[in-house]
Structure formats: structure tokens, C-alpha cells
Design a protein around this ligand. Structure first.
Ligand SMILES: CC(C)(COP(=O)(O)OP(=O)(O)OC[C@H]1O[C@@H](n2cnc3c(N)ncnc32)[C@H](O)[C@@H]1OP(=O)(O)O)[C@@H](O)C(=O)NCCC(=O)NCCS
Length: 296
């Protein structure tokens, strides 16, 4: 950037192409039966099955909200997914059960506090949204070194959580930063959550965020605020589901990938009460952290 000038606008052409997505998946219904399907948007399809709106007749009559993802396989494109779906449908029940058991074992999710050694994976995950999406207004990717410092700094005052699969993949992260720098804001945080593009819509964001909020409450923070960029339905839905209320919108405030975008403010009172607050506890004990994460 030239001193005194802003960055060049990020045009639609700057957006990295989103790789074609196609999935074959199995859903477990409450009666133990398995439903097999294919989709190009796993999160949206799962939501359709669970809401009963636009899902499938089978899942609608076999549990709707209670059906659970039990296998997902990414395929090269729609035609590969259709072939694979036909092959999976032909498998014996015992073979489908074996696929599901292996997938569930590989995808068992562990939540833990981040360390600076998580920085490279966290930066990779976040940078996917920097280069492909408008969920963040950032134009230029962050470096692993920036995240190494960021994680270390956050951990001095607030949680920085990561969710990893049994095979080590980073599935998501959630953290909190001071909301403003002046002393009177010492009880307020800005919260952030990101899931890997292949891990959205499977409950991981909600688990991370629920644990984050529980830890912040224990530290004595009073208010959490989140900034959600225009039209981010999954994020709006997550904040609403966790009790945040929408209290403002900056209209057409950010320009990225050829669009003017709104910024929505969400807020949550973490601890009720209006009296003098105790100082925030900068660090929780290992036991307090373990208890929250084991129950998340
Ligand atoms: C936003 C995000 C963190 C949500 O996490 P997630 O794991 O995908 O969401 P979950 O499966 O935990 O679902 C949480 C809630 O949001 C709802 N939701 C999730 N995806 C949705 C979608 N595509 N449309 C509508 N609602 C959706 C769920 O129904 C659920 O509500 P419920 O508990 O009342 O059923 C995740 O989608 C993500 O990382 N998106 C890209 C990055 C991003 O936008 N981060 C937030 C920046 S502010």
C-alpha cells in the first residue's frame, strides 16, 4: 500500500475459485436405519433433512430433526458423487456400518485450548475465507507467524479454542479479543468462530462457541459482541441460537469481491447484574478449563 492511499479495491475477479464440492453421505435415523444421498452443499442438505423442508421423504418419516450425519465422502464432482452414491446404496448393511464406524472414529472431535504451534493450521483455515469469501473483510492472507503471536496474546486474557479430528485435521477455532482498549471496557470481548469449509453444518461451530462463552463467563466477562458481515446466514443463525441479539447494522460499509456489504452487530450479556464487577480473571485453572471442554 502506498503511504496515504488505501488498498486497491478487491474485485470479483480477485476471489479464488471455489472448488466444486460434491459429497456422498449417510444419515443415521433414530430407528438405526441408514439413508444414503449425495449433495453439493453438505451443510445445507443436512439442515434440509433435519428441518423436514426440502429433505427426503425417507428422513421426514424417520426422525427428521433427530437424523445424524454418520458418513461423508468428498468426490471430485457431481458425476463422481452420483456414481459413488449408487455404489454405496448397493452395499450390504454391514458394509455401510463399517464405513460409518470408520468415519465416526476418524472424525471424533476434540476441543482443546490452542497453543502457538496450532498457528499454521489456524492461518490456513482462516485464509481460505480471506481468499474465497466475504465472511471476513480482510483482503490479504494472514501469516502463520501473525497467528502464532495472536494465539499467544489472546491466551493471556481469553480462551483460544481449537477443534481437531482424531486424524489431526483442524476442524475449527473460536477465540475472543478485547472489544475496546479503554479501561471501562475491560469486561467486554469480541468473539470469533471459524470452521473448516468441509466441516461446516455439523455442530462443530456451536460446540466451540458454547465452550468459549462458558469459559468467558467463568472469567467474569460481562458482554460478548460479534461482527457478522453481510448475508452470512450460518453465522447469523449460530448467534441467534446462542442467545445473542442483533442490535445494529452498518449499511454497505465494506467492499470486497465486487460487492458492498453490511456489517451486523450481535451482542450477548454473559452475566446478568448491574453492580460493580469483580476484575476479570485473566487465567482459569486447568481443572476449570477441562470441566468446560469435557462437557462441550
Ligand atoms: C458460522 C459457522 C461458525 C457456524 O458453525 P457450524 O458448525 O457450521 O454450525 P452448526 O452446525 O454448529 O449450527 C449452529 C446453528 O446454526 C444453524 N446453521 C448452521 N448452518 C446454517 C445454514 N447454512 N443456514 C441456516 N442455519 C444454519 C444451525 O441450524 C444451528 O442452529 P440450531 O442449533 O438452532 O439448529 C460456520 O458455518 C463457519 O465457519 N462459517 C464460515 C466462517 C464464518 O462465517 N465464521 C463466522 C464469522 S462471523
Amino acid at each position: 500500500m502506498t503511504p496515504g492511499q488505501g488498498p486497491a479495491a478487491s474485485t470479483a475477479a480477485d476471489r479464488a475459485p471455489v472448488p466444486e464440492a460434491a459429497w456422498v453421505y449417510l444419515l443415521r435415523c433414530p430407528d438405526g436405519s441408514l439413508y444414503c444421498g449425495w449433495t453439493n452443499d453438505l451443510a445445507r442438505r443436512l439442515k434440509a433433512h433435519q428441518s423436514g423442508k426440502g429433505g427426503a421423504k425417507y428422513t421426514k418419516s424417520h426422525g427428521t430433526a433427530a437424523v445424524r450425519l454418520t458418513y461423508a465422502e468428498r468426490c471430485a464432482d457431481k458425476s463422481a458423487a452420483l456414481k459413488r452414491e449408487a455404489a454405496v446404496k448397493k452395499l450390504q448393511k454391514v458394509e455401510k456400518e463399517a464405513l460409518a464406524a470408520r468415519w465416526l472414529a476418524d472424525n471424533a472431535v476434540t476441543l482443546r485450548m490452542a497453543t502457538p504451534d496450532d498457528a499454521a493450521d489456524v492461518a490456513d483455515l482462516y485464509n481460505w475465507y480471506v481468499t474465497h469469501g466475504v465472511q471476513t473483510f480482510q483482503y490479504a492472507p494472514s501469516t502463520a507467524e501473525e497467528y502464532r503471536q495472536n494465539i499467544a496474546e489472546v491466551l493471556t486474557v481469553a480462551p483460544f479454542l481449537v477443534a481437531r479430528a482424531a486424524d489431526g485435521r483442524l476442524l475449527g477455532f473460536a477465540c475472543a479479543h478485547p472489544w475496546h482498549s479503554r479501561a471501562a471496557y475491560a469486561w467486554d470481548v469480541e468473539t470469533t468462530v471459524y470452521c473448516a469449509p468441509d466441516a461446516v453444518g455439523q455442530g462443530i461451530g456451536k460446540r466451540l462457541y458454547t465452550a468459549l462463552l462458558a469459559l468467558l463467563r467463568q472469567q467474569g466477562y460481562r458482554n460478548a459482541y460479534a461482527l457478522v458481515t453481510g448475508g452470512n446466514k450460518p453465522s447469523d443463525a449460530l448467534h441467534k441460537a446462542l442467545g445473542f441479539t442483533r442490535f445494529g447494522v452498518e449499511k454497505r460499509t465494506g467492499y470486497k469481491f465486487g460487492q458492498w456489504l453490511d456489517l451486523t452487530y450481535w451482542g450477548l450479556q454473559l452475566v446478568p447484574g448491574s453492580g460493580e464487577p469483580a476484575p476479570v480473571r485473566k487465567r482459569l485453572t486447568d481443572e476449570e478449563i477441562r470441566t468446560v471442554l469435557e462437557n462441550a
